[in-house]
Design a protein around this ligand. Structure first.
Ligand SMILES: Cc1ncc(COP(=O)(O)O)c(C=O)c1O
Length: 484
Protein backbone atom coordinates (compact mmCIF):
# COMPACT_ATOMS: atom_id res chain seq x y z
CA UNK A 1 0.00 0.00 0.00
CA UNK A 2 1.23 3.47 -0.84
CA UNK A 3 1.70 5.95 1.94
CA UNK A 4 -0.98 8.62 1.88
CA UNK A 5 0.48 12.11 1.75
CA UNK A 6 0.17 13.65 5.16
CA UNK A 7 -2.57 16.27 5.39
CA UNK A 8 -1.43 19.40 7.15
CA UNK A 9 -3.80 21.86 8.79
CA UNK A 10 -4.37 25.03 6.73
CA UNK A 11 -1.87 27.73 7.62
CA UNK A 12 -3.35 30.51 9.71
CA UNK A 13 -0.84 33.12 8.70
CA UNK A 14 -1.53 35.39 5.66
CA UNK A 15 -0.78 33.91 2.25
CA UNK A 16 2.63 34.72 0.82
CA UNK A 17 2.41 37.93 -1.19
CA UNK A 18 4.11 38.18 -4.55
CA UNK A 19 3.27 41.78 -5.22
CA UNK A 20 3.85 45.01 -3.34
CA UNK A 21 2.40 45.66 0.11
CA UNK A 22 -0.87 47.56 0.08
CA UNK A 23 -0.15 51.24 0.74
CA UNK A 24 -2.17 53.00 3.42
CA UNK A 25 -5.40 53.83 1.64
CA UNK A 26 -8.85 55.08 2.50
CA UNK A 27 -11.75 52.73 2.04
CA UNK A 28 -15.17 53.52 0.60
CA UNK A 29 -16.47 53.59 4.17
CA UNK A 30 -13.75 56.11 5.09
CA UNK A 31 -14.77 58.30 2.16
CA UNK A 32 -18.41 58.14 3.12
CA UNK A 33 -17.71 59.12 6.73
CA UNK A 34 -15.25 61.91 5.90
CA UNK A 35 -15.92 65.31 7.48
CA UNK A 36 -15.91 68.58 5.50
CA UNK A 37 -12.58 69.69 6.93
CA UNK A 38 -10.78 66.53 5.82
CA UNK A 39 -12.49 66.73 2.43
CA UNK A 40 -11.18 70.28 2.03
CA UNK A 41 -7.66 69.31 3.09
CA UNK A 42 -7.51 66.39 0.66
CA UNK A 43 -8.91 68.53 -2.17
CA UNK A 44 -6.19 71.12 -1.50
CA UNK A 45 -3.44 68.51 -1.10
CA UNK A 46 -4.29 66.30 -4.04
CA UNK A 47 -6.74 67.91 -6.45
CA UNK A 48 -6.63 71.67 -6.96
CA UNK A 49 -5.62 74.09 -4.20
CA UNK A 50 -6.25 77.15 -6.40
CA UNK A 51 -9.79 76.05 -7.17
CA UNK A 52 -10.45 75.60 -3.47
CA UNK A 53 -9.81 79.31 -3.05
CA UNK A 54 -12.83 80.11 -5.26
CA UNK A 55 -15.02 77.52 -3.59
CA UNK A 56 -14.26 79.10 -0.25
CA UNK A 57 -15.01 82.58 -1.54
CA UNK A 58 -18.47 81.39 -2.56
CA UNK A 59 -19.06 79.34 0.60
CA UNK A 60 -19.30 76.06 -1.36
CA UNK A 61 -16.57 74.45 0.74
CA UNK A 62 -18.90 74.06 3.73
CA UNK A 63 -21.24 71.65 1.99
CA UNK A 64 -20.84 67.88 2.13
CA UNK A 65 -23.50 66.30 -0.02
CA UNK A 66 -24.89 63.20 1.66
CA UNK A 67 -27.67 62.52 -0.82
CA UNK A 68 -29.12 63.95 -3.98
CA UNK A 69 -32.65 63.37 -5.14
CA UNK A 70 -34.75 65.04 -7.81
CA UNK A 71 -34.27 68.81 -7.68
CA UNK A 72 -32.29 68.78 -4.43
CA UNK A 73 -28.92 68.10 -2.82
CA UNK A 74 -29.15 67.12 0.85
CA UNK A 75 -26.13 68.10 2.91
CA UNK A 76 -24.55 66.79 6.12
CA UNK A 77 -26.98 68.84 8.21
CA UNK A 78 -30.07 67.65 6.37
CA UNK A 79 -30.31 70.97 4.51
CA UNK A 80 -32.11 70.66 1.14
CA UNK A 81 -30.38 72.72 -1.54
CA UNK A 82 -32.45 73.53 -4.62
CA UNK A 83 -30.37 72.80 -7.73
CA UNK A 84 -30.80 75.57 -10.32
CA UNK A 85 -27.22 74.95 -11.51
CA UNK A 86 -27.91 71.44 -12.80
CA UNK A 87 -24.26 70.67 -13.54
CA UNK A 88 -24.26 73.12 -16.50
CA UNK A 89 -27.08 71.16 -18.09
CA UNK A 90 -25.98 67.67 -17.03
CA UNK A 91 -28.99 66.86 -14.90
CA UNK A 92 -32.05 66.82 -17.15
CA UNK A 93 -33.55 64.11 -14.96
CA UNK A 94 -32.54 65.66 -11.67
CA UNK A 95 -30.55 63.57 -9.23
CA UNK A 96 -30.93 59.80 -9.15
CA UNK A 97 -34.04 59.41 -11.28
CA UNK A 98 -35.60 56.11 -10.06
CA UNK A 99 -36.17 54.69 -13.55
CA UNK A 100 -32.56 55.28 -14.52
CA UNK A 101 -31.29 53.84 -11.24
CA UNK A 102 -33.41 50.72 -11.72
CA UNK A 103 -32.10 50.11 -15.25
CA UNK A 104 -28.53 50.39 -13.99
CA UNK A 105 -29.18 48.06 -11.08
CA UNK A 106 -30.73 45.42 -13.32
CA UNK A 107 -27.75 45.62 -15.66
CA UNK A 108 -25.37 45.12 -12.72
CA UNK A 109 -27.37 42.26 -11.22
CA UNK A 110 -27.31 40.45 -14.54
CA UNK A 111 -23.50 40.79 -14.69
CA UNK A 112 -23.52 42.18 -18.22
CA UNK A 113 -20.26 42.98 -19.98
CA UNK A 114 -18.97 46.55 -19.98
CA UNK A 115 -16.10 46.96 -22.42
CA UNK A 116 -17.45 46.73 -25.94
CA UNK A 117 -14.25 46.29 -27.90
CA UNK A 118 -14.00 42.61 -28.77
CA UNK A 119 -17.68 41.81 -29.24
CA UNK A 120 -20.54 43.89 -30.53
CA UNK A 121 -22.77 45.43 -27.85
CA UNK A 122 -26.53 45.14 -28.08
CA UNK A 123 -26.73 48.19 -25.81
CA UNK A 124 -24.45 50.41 -27.91
CA UNK A 125 -26.36 49.32 -31.02
CA UNK A 126 -29.73 50.16 -29.45
CA UNK A 127 -28.50 53.52 -28.18
CA UNK A 128 -27.16 54.49 -31.62
CA UNK A 129 -30.46 53.48 -33.20
CA UNK A 130 -32.36 55.60 -30.64
CA UNK A 131 -30.15 58.61 -31.32
CA UNK A 132 -30.82 58.27 -35.02
CA UNK A 133 -34.56 58.11 -34.21
CA UNK A 134 -34.56 61.35 -32.18
CA UNK A 135 -32.28 63.22 -34.62
CA UNK A 136 -33.81 64.93 -37.68
CA UNK A 137 -32.84 64.33 -41.30
CA UNK A 138 -30.15 61.78 -41.98
CA UNK A 139 -28.22 62.42 -38.74
CA UNK A 140 -27.94 58.66 -38.42
CA UNK A 141 -24.33 57.71 -37.68
CA UNK A 142 -23.15 57.72 -34.09
CA UNK A 143 -19.81 57.76 -32.31
CA UNK A 144 -20.03 57.06 -28.58
CA UNK A 145 -17.56 58.50 -26.10
CA UNK A 146 -17.45 59.61 -22.52
CA UNK A 147 -17.41 63.42 -22.51
CA UNK A 148 -18.44 66.52 -24.41
CA UNK A 149 -14.86 67.24 -25.37
CA UNK A 150 -14.45 63.74 -26.79
CA UNK A 151 -17.69 64.08 -28.74
CA UNK A 152 -16.56 67.43 -30.13
CA UNK A 153 -13.12 66.07 -31.05
CA UNK A 154 -14.91 63.36 -33.01
CA UNK A 155 -17.17 65.99 -34.58
CA UNK A 156 -14.42 68.22 -35.91
CA UNK A 157 -12.44 65.23 -37.17
CA UNK A 158 -15.32 63.67 -39.11
CA UNK A 159 -16.17 67.11 -40.54
CA UNK A 160 -12.59 67.82 -41.57
CA UNK A 161 -12.29 64.53 -43.42
CA UNK A 162 -15.70 64.89 -45.05
CA UNK A 163 -14.92 68.42 -46.19
CA UNK A 164 -12.43 66.92 -48.64
CA UNK A 165 -9.94 69.79 -48.06
CA UNK A 166 -6.30 68.73 -47.72
CA UNK A 167 -5.35 71.81 -45.75
CA UNK A 168 -8.70 72.12 -44.02
CA UNK A 169 -9.35 75.26 -41.99
CA UNK A 170 -12.01 75.67 -39.37
CA UNK A 171 -14.14 78.65 -38.33
CA UNK A 172 -15.39 79.11 -34.78
CA UNK A 173 -17.10 81.90 -32.87
CA UNK A 174 -16.02 84.50 -30.37
CA UNK A 175 -16.83 83.43 -26.80
CA UNK A 176 -17.15 79.81 -27.90
CA UNK A 177 -16.67 76.89 -25.55
CA UNK A 178 -16.17 73.43 -27.04
CA UNK A 179 -14.05 71.73 -24.37
CA UNK A 180 -10.51 71.68 -23.02
CA UNK A 181 -8.83 68.71 -24.71
CA UNK A 182 -6.02 69.80 -27.01
CA UNK A 183 -7.92 69.75 -30.33
CA UNK A 184 -11.09 71.56 -29.29
CA UNK A 185 -9.11 73.88 -27.04
CA UNK A 186 -8.02 75.64 -30.23
CA UNK A 187 -11.64 76.54 -31.00
CA UNK A 188 -12.53 77.41 -27.40
CA UNK A 189 -12.26 81.18 -27.29
CA UNK A 190 -10.73 81.69 -23.88
CA UNK A 191 -7.27 82.99 -23.19
CA UNK A 192 -7.60 81.51 -19.69
CA UNK A 193 -8.24 77.97 -20.94
CA UNK A 194 -5.91 78.27 -23.90
CA UNK A 195 -3.14 79.29 -21.52
CA UNK A 196 0.05 79.34 -23.52
CA UNK A 197 -0.47 75.96 -25.14
CA UNK A 198 0.54 75.47 -28.74
CA UNK A 199 -2.75 75.50 -30.60
CA UNK A 200 -3.68 74.41 -34.10
CA UNK A 201 -3.24 77.27 -36.50
CA UNK A 202 -5.73 76.40 -39.20
CA UNK A 203 -8.59 78.36 -37.68
CA UNK A 204 -10.50 81.63 -37.96
CA UNK A 205 -12.64 83.35 -35.37
CA UNK A 206 -15.81 85.32 -36.17
CA UNK A 207 -18.42 87.12 -34.04
CA UNK A 208 -21.28 84.82 -33.02
CA UNK A 209 -24.63 85.41 -34.73
CA UNK A 210 -23.24 87.72 -37.44
CA UNK A 211 -24.03 86.17 -40.81
CA UNK A 212 -22.23 88.86 -42.80
CA UNK A 213 -19.00 88.30 -40.87
CA UNK A 214 -19.27 84.52 -41.26
CA UNK A 215 -19.99 84.83 -44.99
CA UNK A 216 -17.04 87.16 -45.51
CA UNK A 217 -14.77 84.78 -43.63
CA UNK A 218 -15.90 81.61 -45.44
CA UNK A 219 -15.64 83.34 -48.81
CA UNK A 220 -12.17 84.66 -48.06
CA UNK A 221 -10.46 81.28 -48.05
CA UNK A 222 -11.38 78.18 -50.09
CA UNK A 223 -9.51 75.99 -47.57
CA UNK A 224 -12.22 76.62 -44.99
CA UNK A 225 -14.01 73.29 -44.72
CA UNK A 226 -15.67 73.37 -41.29
CA UNK A 227 -17.80 75.85 -39.33
CA UNK A 228 -18.27 74.98 -35.63
CA UNK A 229 -20.87 76.77 -33.52
CA UNK A 230 -22.72 76.16 -30.27
CA UNK A 231 -26.38 76.61 -31.14
CA UNK A 232 -26.83 78.54 -27.90
CA UNK A 233 -23.60 79.74 -26.35
CA UNK A 234 -23.49 78.47 -22.78
CA UNK A 235 -20.05 79.50 -21.51
CA UNK A 236 -20.50 82.84 -23.30
CA UNK A 237 -23.45 83.60 -20.99
CA UNK A 238 -26.55 82.11 -22.73
CA UNK A 239 -26.30 83.84 -26.09
CA UNK A 240 -28.74 82.98 -28.88
CA UNK A 241 -28.72 83.78 -32.58
CA UNK A 242 -31.67 84.41 -34.91
CA UNK A 243 -33.42 81.97 -37.22
CA UNK A 244 -32.22 84.23 -40.06
CA UNK A 245 -28.66 83.51 -38.93
CA UNK A 246 -29.06 79.72 -38.70
CA UNK A 247 -30.80 79.46 -42.05
CA UNK A 248 -28.01 81.60 -43.47
CA UNK A 249 -25.36 79.32 -41.93
CA UNK A 250 -26.99 76.29 -43.57
CA UNK A 251 -27.27 77.99 -46.99
CA UNK A 252 -23.70 79.32 -46.82
CA UNK A 253 -22.27 75.92 -45.91
CA UNK A 254 -24.29 74.23 -48.68
CA UNK A 255 -23.10 76.79 -51.22
CA UNK A 256 -19.43 76.32 -50.41
CA UNK A 257 -19.57 72.61 -49.49
CA UNK A 258 -18.49 73.42 -45.97
CA UNK A 259 -19.42 71.15 -43.05
CA UNK A 260 -21.51 72.75 -40.30
CA UNK A 261 -20.90 71.26 -36.84
CA UNK A 262 -23.54 72.18 -34.23
CA UNK A 263 -22.27 71.78 -30.67
CA UNK A 264 -25.36 70.81 -28.64
CA UNK A 265 -23.44 69.50 -25.63
CA UNK A 266 -25.00 72.09 -23.31
CA UNK A 267 -28.06 73.40 -25.17
CA UNK A 268 -29.21 70.06 -26.62
CA UNK A 269 -31.10 67.15 -25.11
CA UNK A 270 -34.40 68.98 -24.71
CA UNK A 271 -33.12 71.88 -22.63
CA UNK A 272 -34.49 74.66 -24.86
CA UNK A 273 -37.84 72.98 -25.49
CA UNK A 274 -36.79 70.99 -28.58
CA UNK A 275 -34.51 67.96 -28.54
CA UNK A 276 -31.84 69.95 -30.40
CA UNK A 277 -31.79 73.74 -30.15
CA UNK A 278 -31.22 73.99 -33.93
CA UNK A 279 -34.68 72.46 -34.44
CA UNK A 280 -36.20 75.83 -33.46
CA UNK A 281 -34.80 77.20 -36.71
CA UNK A 282 -35.86 74.57 -39.24
CA UNK A 283 -32.31 73.56 -40.16
CA UNK A 284 -30.17 70.45 -39.80
CA UNK A 285 -26.37 70.55 -39.41
CA UNK A 286 -23.96 68.04 -40.92
CA UNK A 287 -22.61 66.93 -37.58
CA UNK A 288 -23.73 67.46 -33.99
CA UNK A 289 -22.62 66.45 -30.51
CA UNK A 290 -24.30 65.63 -27.20
CA UNK A 291 -22.98 64.90 -23.71
CA UNK A 292 -23.94 66.10 -20.20
CA UNK A 293 -27.58 64.95 -19.69
CA UNK A 294 -27.11 62.25 -22.35
CA UNK A 295 -25.67 60.14 -19.49
CA UNK A 296 -28.92 60.49 -17.50
CA UNK A 297 -27.08 62.28 -14.70
CA UNK A 298 -25.49 58.94 -13.75
CA UNK A 299 -22.95 58.06 -16.45
CA UNK A 300 -20.17 59.83 -18.34
CA UNK A 301 -21.48 59.66 -21.89
CA UNK A 302 -20.96 61.72 -25.03
CA UNK A 303 -22.01 61.22 -28.63
CA UNK A 304 -21.14 62.60 -32.03
CA UNK A 305 -23.94 62.22 -34.57
CA UNK A 306 -23.16 62.76 -38.24
CA UNK A 307 -25.21 62.68 -41.41
CA UNK A 308 -24.74 59.28 -42.98
CA UNK A 309 -23.21 60.72 -46.14
CA UNK A 310 -20.73 62.76 -44.11
CA UNK A 311 -19.71 59.81 -41.97
CA UNK A 312 -19.31 57.49 -44.95
CA UNK A 313 -17.12 60.00 -46.73
CA UNK A 314 -14.83 60.20 -43.70
CA UNK A 315 -14.69 56.63 -42.45
CA UNK A 316 -16.90 54.55 -44.74
CA UNK A 317 -14.38 52.03 -46.12
CA UNK A 318 -12.48 49.20 -44.38
CA UNK A 319 -9.32 51.23 -44.98
CA UNK A 320 -10.63 54.33 -43.21
CA UNK A 321 -12.98 52.67 -40.70
CA UNK A 322 -10.51 52.51 -37.84
CA UNK A 323 -9.16 56.06 -38.13
CA UNK A 324 -11.53 57.26 -35.45
CA UNK A 325 -13.27 54.14 -34.14
CA UNK A 326 -14.41 54.07 -30.52
CA UNK A 327 -11.90 54.50 -27.69
CA UNK A 328 -11.64 52.04 -24.78
CA UNK A 329 -14.75 53.24 -22.99
CA UNK A 330 -16.78 54.09 -26.12
CA UNK A 331 -20.10 52.24 -25.91
CA UNK A 332 -19.43 51.03 -22.37
CA UNK A 333 -22.26 48.79 -21.18
CA UNK A 334 -23.70 50.49 -18.13
CA UNK A 335 -23.27 53.90 -19.72
CA UNK A 336 -25.28 52.78 -22.76
CA UNK A 337 -28.03 51.21 -20.63
CA UNK A 338 -28.26 54.42 -18.65
CA UNK A 339 -28.45 56.51 -21.81
CA UNK A 340 -31.10 54.25 -23.39
CA UNK A 341 -33.31 54.42 -20.29
CA UNK A 342 -32.71 58.17 -20.02
CA UNK A 343 -33.74 58.88 -23.63
CA UNK A 344 -36.90 56.80 -23.21
CA UNK A 345 -37.68 58.60 -19.94
CA UNK A 346 -37.12 62.00 -21.57
CA UNK A 347 -39.98 61.31 -23.98
CA UNK A 348 -42.20 59.18 -21.69
CA UNK A 349 -42.24 61.94 -19.09
CA UNK A 350 -42.55 64.74 -21.68
CA UNK A 351 -39.58 66.51 -20.15
CA UNK A 352 -38.93 68.48 -23.34
CA UNK A 353 -42.47 69.86 -23.13
CA UNK A 354 -41.91 70.60 -19.45
CA UNK A 355 -38.72 72.50 -20.26
CA UNK A 356 -40.73 74.70 -22.60
CA UNK A 357 -43.67 75.35 -20.26
CA UNK A 358 -41.72 75.77 -17.02
CA UNK A 359 -38.99 77.68 -18.88
CA UNK A 360 -41.59 80.21 -20.09
CA UNK A 361 -42.84 80.59 -16.52
CA UNK A 362 -39.29 81.12 -15.24
CA UNK A 363 -38.59 83.78 -17.86
CA UNK A 364 -41.87 85.51 -17.11
CA UNK A 365 -41.20 85.63 -13.36
CA UNK A 366 -37.61 86.82 -13.90
CA UNK A 367 -38.79 89.63 -16.16
CA UNK A 368 -41.09 90.86 -13.41
CA UNK A 369 -38.15 90.77 -10.98
CA UNK A 370 -36.06 92.68 -13.51
CA UNK A 371 -38.72 95.41 -13.59
CA UNK A 372 -38.51 95.64 -9.80
CA UNK A 373 -34.71 96.00 -9.83
CA UNK A 374 -33.80 97.70 -13.12
CA UNK A 375 -30.63 99.15 -11.64
CA UNK A 376 -29.38 95.67 -10.72
CA UNK A 377 -30.58 93.39 -13.53
CA UNK A 378 -29.46 94.30 -17.02
CA UNK A 379 -31.05 91.47 -18.99
CA UNK A 380 -33.00 88.23 -18.68
CA UNK A 381 -32.61 85.94 -21.70
CA UNK A 382 -32.79 82.37 -22.89
CA UNK A 383 -35.21 79.69 -23.98
CA UNK A 384 -36.71 76.74 -22.13
CA UNK A 385 -34.62 75.89 -19.09
CA UNK A 386 -31.46 77.52 -20.38
CA UNK A 387 -31.66 81.00 -18.94
CA UNK A 388 -29.15 83.78 -18.36
CA UNK A 389 -29.57 86.53 -15.79
CA UNK A 390 -27.18 89.39 -16.47
CA UNK A 391 -26.45 91.96 -13.79
CA UNK A 392 -25.15 95.45 -14.45
CA UNK A 393 -21.45 95.84 -13.87
CA UNK A 394 -21.46 97.64 -10.55
CA UNK A 395 -17.73 98.19 -10.03
CA UNK A 396 -18.19 101.88 -10.83
CA UNK A 397 -21.54 102.49 -9.16
CA UNK A 398 -20.69 100.95 -5.80
CA UNK A 399 -20.47 103.59 -3.01
CA UNK A 400 -16.92 104.83 -2.61
CA UNK A 401 -16.72 103.60 0.98
CA UNK A 402 -17.18 99.98 -0.08
CA UNK A 403 -14.72 99.98 -2.97
CA UNK A 404 -11.55 99.38 -0.97
CA UNK A 405 -13.11 96.38 0.77
CA UNK A 406 -14.22 94.90 -2.51
CA UNK A 407 -10.78 95.52 -3.95
CA UNK A 408 -9.30 93.09 -1.42
CA UNK A 409 -11.68 90.36 -2.55
CA UNK A 410 -10.76 88.25 -5.47
CA UNK A 411 -10.12 89.96 -8.78
CA UNK A 412 -12.79 87.86 -10.45
CA UNK A 413 -15.63 88.92 -8.18
CA UNK A 414 -14.74 92.58 -8.09
CA UNK A 415 -16.95 93.96 -10.82
CA UNK A 416 -19.67 91.38 -10.73
CA UNK A 417 -22.73 91.00 -8.64
CA UNK A 418 -23.31 87.39 -9.67
CA UNK A 419 -20.67 85.99 -7.29
CA UNK A 420 -22.19 87.88 -4.35
CA UNK A 421 -25.74 86.90 -5.31
CA UNK A 422 -24.79 83.26 -5.88
CA UNK A 423 -22.96 82.97 -2.57
CA UNK A 424 -25.86 84.51 -0.62
CA UNK A 425 -28.50 82.47 -2.45
CA UNK A 426 -26.72 79.39 -1.17
CA UNK A 427 -26.01 80.67 2.33
CA UNK A 428 -29.35 82.28 3.12
CA UNK A 429 -31.86 80.60 0.80
CA UNK A 430 -30.49 77.07 0.09
CA UNK A 431 -30.39 77.66 -3.66
CA UNK A 432 -27.53 76.77 -6.00
CA UNK A 433 -26.89 78.66 -9.26
CA UNK A 434 -24.07 78.65 -11.82
CA UNK A 435 -21.56 81.30 -12.79
CA UNK A 436 -20.19 82.16 -16.19
CA UNK A 437 -16.46 82.16 -16.74
CA UNK A 438 -16.50 84.48 -19.78
CA UNK A 439 -18.94 87.00 -18.36
CA UNK A 440 -18.79 87.37 -14.61
CA UNK A 441 -22.03 89.37 -14.59
CA UNK A 442 -24.13 86.44 -15.76
CA UNK A 443 -25.78 83.80 -13.61
CA UNK A 444 -26.68 80.69 -15.58
CA UNK A 445 -29.89 78.90 -14.70
CA UNK A 446 -30.00 75.37 -16.06
CA UNK A 447 -32.17 73.44 -13.61
CA UNK A 448 -33.17 69.82 -14.29
CA UNK A 449 -35.93 69.43 -16.87
CA UNK A 450 -38.12 67.87 -14.16
CA UNK A 451 -38.32 71.37 -12.63
CA UNK A 452 -41.82 72.42 -11.51
CA UNK A 453 -43.43 75.86 -11.25
CA UNK A 454 -43.17 75.47 -7.46
CA UNK A 455 -39.40 75.08 -7.80
CA UNK A 456 -39.34 78.21 -9.96
CA UNK A 457 -41.33 80.05 -7.30
CA UNK A 458 -38.89 78.98 -4.60
CA UNK A 459 -35.96 80.24 -6.67
CA UNK A 460 -37.63 83.50 -7.76
CA UNK A 461 -38.92 84.33 -4.27
CA UNK A 462 -35.40 83.83 -2.92
CA UNK A 463 -33.86 86.02 -5.62
CA UNK A 464 -36.47 88.74 -5.15
CA UNK A 465 -35.93 88.77 -1.39
CA UNK A 466 -32.16 88.90 -1.78
CA UNK A 467 -32.18 91.71 -4.34
CA UNK A 468 -34.48 93.67 -2.04
CA UNK A 469 -31.46 94.13 0.26
CA UNK A 470 -30.05 96.49 -2.38
CA UNK A 471 -26.54 96.52 -3.69
CA UNK A 472 -24.96 97.84 -0.49
CA UNK A 473 -26.83 95.32 1.65
CA UNK A 474 -25.80 92.44 -0.61
CA UNK A 475 -22.14 93.41 -0.67
CA UNK A 476 -22.05 94.01 3.09
CA UNK A 477 -23.73 90.65 3.78
CA UNK A 478 -21.26 88.93 1.49
CA UNK A 479 -18.33 90.51 3.29
CA UNK A 480 -19.83 89.48 6.64
CA UNK A 481 -20.12 85.91 5.33
CA UNK A 482 -16.44 85.97 4.39
CA UNK A 483 -15.51 87.00 7.90
CA UNK A 484 -17.86 84.52 9.59
C1 LIG B 1 -20.99 73.60 -25.50
C2 LIG B 1 -20.01 72.68 -24.85
N1 LIG B 1 -19.23 71.90 -25.61
C3 LIG B 1 -18.35 71.05 -25.08
C4 LIG B 1 -18.20 70.94 -23.71
C5 LIG B 1 -17.19 70.01 -23.12
O1 LIG B 1 -17.81 69.00 -22.41
P1 LIG B 1 -17.02 68.15 -21.29
O2 LIG B 1 -16.81 69.06 -20.12
O3 LIG B 1 -17.94 67.01 -20.99
O4 LIG B 1 -15.74 67.70 -21.89
C6 LIG B 1 -18.98 71.74 -22.88
C7 LIG B 1 -18.83 71.68 -21.42
O5 LIG B 1 -19.25 72.50 -20.66
C8 LIG B 1 -19.91 72.63 -23.45
O6 LIG B 1 -20.68 73.43 -22.70
Amino acid sequence: MLDRPSVTAPALEAPVRHGPEKPKMLSVADAKAMDVGTMADLFKDHINPGQFHFMKLLGFHKVKVERAEGMFYIDQNGRKILDFFGGFGSLAFGHNHPRILAARQEFQNEKRHEIAIAFLSQYAAALAKNLAAVSPGDLDMVFLGSSGSEAMEAAIKVAERASGRKNCKIVHAENSFHGKTKGVLSITDSTLYQGEFKLVENRYKVPFGDLEALTACVESDPDIGVVVLETVQGGGGIIQASTYYWQGVRALCDKHKVMWVADEVQCGYGRTGRFYAFEHHGVVPDVTALAKSFGGGKAAMGAMIARREVYMKAYGTPKTAMIHAAATFGGIGEGCVTAIEALNTLYDEDLIGNAQVVGDYLLQRLKVIQQRYPSLIKEVRGQGLMVGLEFHDFSRTLPLALRPVIAILDEKLKGSLSGFVGALLLRDYDVLVAFTEYNRNVIRLEPPLICSEDNVDQFCDALDDLLDRGIVGIVKDFIKAQMG
